[in-house]
Write a protein that binds this ligand. Structure first.
Ligand code: BES
Ligand code: MN
Ligand code: ZN
Length: 492
């Protein structure tokens, strides 16, 4: 698919389908829209009246244009109230229209949307992201792709001549999101620690990243007892993956992104039971997937900031070698952990990954993880949790997430709850009481970062969606990539 820009007015645009974005408080056919409607023999007016179209965000209508019109279909999409316009409303609207146009077998699509905050580049980027993410289909595991004829070939953005480079960047970001989606969507018999290491190798080659892969013996030498404790029941070798993007000049700041990389989480000997969603636990490398997606995007964008991409990748399995509930593990910072639940494995792998990142002498570390069901209970499936002891890091991430159109809610680092992790014989247990389970998980991770600004993102909810909404779903969302890229860019 191609994106193009044009300053050709919408009243003279030609192609299969033209989409007009309309605000809720301004569904009127005045000025050039009146002209256009006349050309279309009143089809625009008909669409609005027949469907009682009010311009509410997320609503849309598409109609055939009769006669010898230069366009085949005219679509309208609601953008909500003009005063409330958010970048993500445009992203969603572009996604809705793109899917609608594909369903109607349109090959060329023209999009005419108003500007968000007078910012043509940000608006163009949102349209491109929404359309491209909505149209992404994952047919890798189907013997025959569905609907192979109906593909949009060209999307033209009306009124955006001059935003070409914003569009290039948006596509670099969506390529990262799509990589993350495909890594998450592929099941655990396709995405393993070995294939994750292979993916890192090809990413490094594609984007000119430095790559270091620590094998089990290397991790043993570094004393990564927490990570290796989780890995020890798997028949597959663990892989500790570290990619680095270094800009040409001297970077002003150095960052790390650390992703939880469980290619499958059975729960271990505290095995997940019926109704636990165990068959969905291929998503448990969603943090690593977002880390890889961000690496791909940042590797192509090449901002002036150094970024380390880290994941301790393994599976949480059962076997005669599995860690026993009650075992005491020693992490690479010397802290000891009593495993009172083998299903709280993500924090163990992250512990050693965070110690590793902390030793690199960076300005900030962000980890992201499908860490707790408790976070999903707290915030639902659309919102990720954000924990950080530093207001500045939290504020940077919230600002980035707003540009990205990904929702986060800052959660408390309630130190007192650490009491719930007190152990009789070790420095801490790996799980506390059920109430506040996502908070104790964050407090646990905190024990492994000493010298660096840090934030933790729990993405267990938004990593996947069963519903279709806007440019996401059903399926893996690639959640986190866009926020991470904007965060890195804001540090360049
Ligand atoms: N991978 C799960 C968390 C998860 C839940 C991810 C839902 C995606 C969707 C994690 O390893 C886990 O099992 N957490 C336990 C922690 C508990 C044992 C303290 C949980 O949330 O139940
Ligand atoms: Mn688990
Ligand atoms: Zn897990």
């Amino acid at each position: 698919m191609e994106f193009r820009v044009t300053d050709r007015p919408r009243s003279v645009w030609t192609g299969d389908a033209l989409v007009i974005g309309l605000f809720e408080d301004k569904v009127e056919l005045t000025g050039d829209l009146a002209q256009l409607d006349e050309k279309l023999a009143g089809t625009l007016k008909e669409s609005i009246e027949e469907l009682d179209f009010k311009g509410k965000a997320g609503t849309s209508a598409i109609n055939r244009v009769g006669g010898s019109s230069p366009i085949r279909k005219i679509a309208i999409v609601g953008l909500g109230k003009a005063a409330d316009l958010k970048l993500d409303t445009l992203r969603q609207a572009a996604g809705i229209c793109a899917k609608l146009a594909r369903k109607e077998k349109c090959k060329t699509l023209g999009i005419s949307f108003p500007l968000w905050q007078n910012d043509a580049d940000a608006t163009a980027a949102a349209i491109v992201e929404g359309a491209e993410l909505a149209l992404h289909q994952d047919n890798r595991f189907k013997s025959e792709p569905e609907d192979k004829n109906a593909q949009i070939q060209e999307i033209e953005l009306l009124g955006f001549a001059g935003s070409e480079s914003a569009i290039v960047r948006a596509r670099q970001i969506t390529a990262g999101v799509i990589l993350a989606r495909e890594l998450v969507a592929a099941p655990a018999n396709y995405v393993t620690p070995i294939t994750m290491a292979e993916t890192a190798e090809s990413l490094a080659a594609e984007c000119g990243l430095e790559l270091e892969i620590l094998e089990q013996a290397d991790c043993e030498k570094l004393g990564m007892g927490a990570f290796l404790g989780v890995a020890q029941a798997s028949d597959l070798p663990p892989k500790f993956i570290h990619m680095t993007y270094k800009p040409a000049g001297t970077p002003r700041r150095k960052l790390a992104i650390v992703g939880k990389g469980l290619t499958f989480d059975s729960g271990g000997l505290n095995i997940k039971g019926a109704g636990s969603g165990i068959e969905m636990m291929k998503v448990d490398m969603g943090g690593a997937a977002a880390t890889f997606g961000a690496a791909k995007a940042i590797g192509h964008i090449k901002p002036d900031v150094e970024v380390h991409f880290i994941s301790a990748v393994t599976e949480n399995m059962i076997s005669g070698r599995a860690m026993h509930p009650g075992d005491i593990l020693t992490a690479s910072n010397g802290k000891t952990i009593e495993i009172n639940n083998t299903d709280a494995e993500g924090r163990l792998t992250l512990a050693d990954a965070l110690v590793f990142a902390d030793k690199l002498g960076l300005d900030a570390i962000v980890d992201l993880a499908t860490l707790t069901g408790a976070c999903v209970i707290a915030l639902g499936e659309d919102i990720a949790g954000l924990w950080s002891p530093e207001d500045s890091v939290a504020a940077e991430l919230i600002a980035a997430s707003e540009l990205a159109g990904e929702k986060f809610w800052r959660m408390p680092m309630e130190e007192k709850y650490f009491e719930g992790l007190k152990a009789l014989h070790a420095d801490m247990k790996n799980t506390g009481p059920r109430p506040g389970g996502s908070i104790t998980a964050a407090l646990f991770l905190r024990q492994f970062v000493k010298d660096t600004g840090w934030a933790h993102l729990d993405i267990a909810g938004p990593v996947w969606t069963d519903k279709e909404n806007g440019y996401n779903g059903p399926g893996a969302t690639g959640f986190g990539v866009r926020t991470l890229v904007h965060w890195a860019l804001s540090n360049a």
